[in-house]
Design a binder for this molecule. Structure first.
Ligand SMILES: O=C(O)CCC(=O)C(=O)O
Length: 310
């Protein structure tokens, strides 16, 4: 019964209405983009289909002038300069092993005392609301300024996810979960909190796949109707993408990371989690997602506007 109600846009609207203080940031944005909907209504890419899309490119002069960039190693600088082309960049040793250990201890304490609970099959969501250290890393001024240039917008921390084990998530683009108008207004920042390789569920990504179209509801026939959201399961999206990857002959890479290494991914890069083969090892890691404050942010599949908690 509850499951069925969840298919109706009206149920989400009521939920949104209840949370409306976390949606008010959309009022000026809807006005700016001419969206004639209330800010607690359902919203999806079909509401923006008539609008032009703008290509986001990181301004190289601005990027190299950021204090964050100037402090990077030569390898990380090179990686940052290729971000637009590759769809990701890597910074080795971003966090010290001591900081990573401190985070791991805080997460363990919060799991043990019930502050954090595993959701969606192994995700510890929004630890930033309970941990100063995680909040401070994600809100670091130099980092967010740098990310803003990569985004060609204004980066705002939206959420954190901690993992104890590998997510084993199938290849996907974050733009199906955290879509924006204009497209591309999202960044993922992934940090290894211990050494990670192909045996303990490494992160994988497909270089340059951010250049593919943004595959959204209409691409896998899941748009729904005026009253209902699309009824296909998320698995249908994963299968659609798996076929695309095969058809295009795309090759994934695996991020072999040392504790403290960081990878930034583009809103549309295809990525996921490798099988977690060695069950005797954990795979502690952290992801921050940042939205562009000047974009409308929503969940394409359920057509819900994103709630800003911070
Ligand atoms: O860490 C992983 O295994 C994958 C995480 C991921 O795909 C995501 O946060 O979007």
């Amino acid at each position: 019964m509850f499951q069925q109600l969840r298919n109706y846009k009206l149920s989400y609207m009521l939920y949104n209405l209840f949370k409306k203080s976390k949606l008010k940031h959309n009022i000026p944005l809807y006005k700016k983009y001419g969206i004639k909907k209330s800010y607690f209504s359902s919203i999806s890419s079909s509401d923006f289909a008539h609008l032009p899309d703008t290509e986001r490119k990181a301004d190289k002069d601005k990027l190299t002038a950021t204090p964050f960039f100037t402090k990077l190693s030569e390898d990380a600088k090179e990686s940052a300069l290729q971000y637009d082309d590759n769809g990701y960049m890597i910074i080795r040793n971003y966090l010290s092993p001591e900081t990573a250990d401190k985070i791991n201890q805080e997460i363990e304490n919060m799991v043990n005392d019930g502050t954090l609970k595993f959701r969606y099959g192994g995700k510890l969501m929004f630890a930033i609301h309970h941990s100063e250290i995680l909040k401070n890393i994600g809100n670091d001024k130099d980092l967010t300024e740098f990310l803003s240039v990569l985004l060609n917008g204004k980066a705002k921390l939206f959420q954190s996810i901690n993992f104890i084990n590998g997510s084993q998530q199938k290849t996907h683009s974050d733009s199906i979960h955290m879509t924006t108008y204009p497209l591309g207004g999202l960044l993922g920042v992934w940090i290894a909190l211990e050494d990670v390789d192909e045996n303990n569920g490494a992160l994988h990504y497909i270089p340059k796949s951010q250049k593919l179209p943004y595959f959204l509801n209409s691409d896998y026939d899941n748009e729904g109707t005026a009253f209902k959201i699309g009824k296909k399961s998320y698995t249908a999206y994963e299968e659609f993408l798996e076929n695309k990857v095969k058809e295009l002959g795309l090759k994934k890479e695996i991020f072999r990371a040392k504790k403290g290494d960081l990878l930034i991914w583009h809103a549309n890069i295809l990525h996921g989690g490798e099988p977690h083969l060695d069950k005797n090892r954990t795979r502690k890691s952290l992801v921050y997602h940042f939205f562009d404050e000047n974009s409308v942010c929503y969940h394409e599949v359920t057509q819900r506007p994103a709630l800003f908690e911070l």
